[in-house]
Design a protein around this ligand. Structure first.
Ligand code: DGL
Length: 268
């Protein structure tokens, strides 16, 4: 398939969290059109089985390909961890994923070669981050921790709440006792906890935000594949969700850091 450079970049996630990636993309690639898909009716994915996540990922991929996207970005760490191959297998356009981007950023960041990774249970159990980090540098030792309570806490808006702080201390204790100097935020929701997490882990540990790394990786790929949109006009942003858009819109504005234009409800 020949991609039209003016076609949108398709970004998808299990829900609202992938908007952290969209935000980074909007800042880094201000003239690219974006179509976002958030499966708000079926979120969270991070505690579901691999088979279920793969089925959902295939459905979303097919939906976005029908929108004629020129590239797909798996913003959801959980889908990237367990469904990357399935998605690549049915995609006619390049597929980037947030784990590859986060892993190479982590490998570039660490000096001590001790890296922590936090994510949903599905992401951590898949071992996708350690494999991706080792592809960049096999010397790095990785210490992982699943943090299943972070997603609901962020969705609740408890970004600086005593309960979140206590939960974070508990989760991070094991990871940080290993003398790491980089901690990968391996979930779409975690960048919103950055100030609190940084305070807890201290200034000696660099937080690797896979959303920012993803935007850099996308820019590199657009150059390599000659896919930059040459138009210098206000781009078109479209958002598709599977549940009534109201909640997506209110929480989404927090993720995106700006007003959310037209959100459409998908009828499969
Ligand atoms: N988007 C998911 C991730 O990045 C978090 C939310 C979920 O569990 O579906 O892993």
């Amino acid at each position: 398939m020949i991609s039209n450079v003016e076609n949108a970049i398709g970004v998808f996630d299990s829900g609202v969290g992938g908007l952290t990636v969209v935000r980074a993309l909007m800042e880094r690639l201000p003239f690219e059109n974006i179509v976002y898909f958030g499966d708000t009716a079926r979120v969270p994915y991070g505690v579901k089985s691999v088979e279920t996540i793969r089925t959902f990922a295939r459905e979303i991929t097919e939906f976005l390909l029908k929108k004629q996207v020129k590239m797909l970005i798996i913003a959801c760490n959980t889908m990237a961890a367990v469904a990357h191959e399935e998605i690549v297998g049915i995609s006619s356009v390049p597929v980037l994923n947030v784990i590859e981007a986060g892993a190479s950023a982590a490998a570039e960041t660490t000096r001590k070669h001790f890296v922590g990774v936090i994510g949903t249970p599905a992401t951590i159990n898949s071992n996708a981050y350690p494999r991706a980090i080792h592809r960049c540098d096999p010397r790095i030792r990785i210490f992982s921790q699943a943090c299943p309570l972070f997603v609901p806490l962020v969705e609740e808006g408890w970004l600086d709440h005593p309960v979140t702080r206590m939960t974070a201390r508990e989760y991070l204790q094991c990871v940080t006792c290993n003398d790491i100097d980089a901690l990968v935020l391996g979930c779409t929701h975690y960048p919103l906890l950055k100030p609190m997490l940084q305070e807890i882990v201290g200034s000696g540990i660099i937080l690797v935000d896979s959303a920012e790394a993803m935007a850099e990786e996308t820019a590199r790929t657009l150059t390599q594949m000659d896919l930059w949109n040459p138009a210098r006009v206000q781009p078109d942003y479209q958002f598709f969700v599977t549940d009534v858009p109201l909640r997506f819109q209110s929480i989404g504005e927090r993720f995106l850091g700006r007003a959310l234009p037209g959100v459409h409800l998908v009828k499969w």
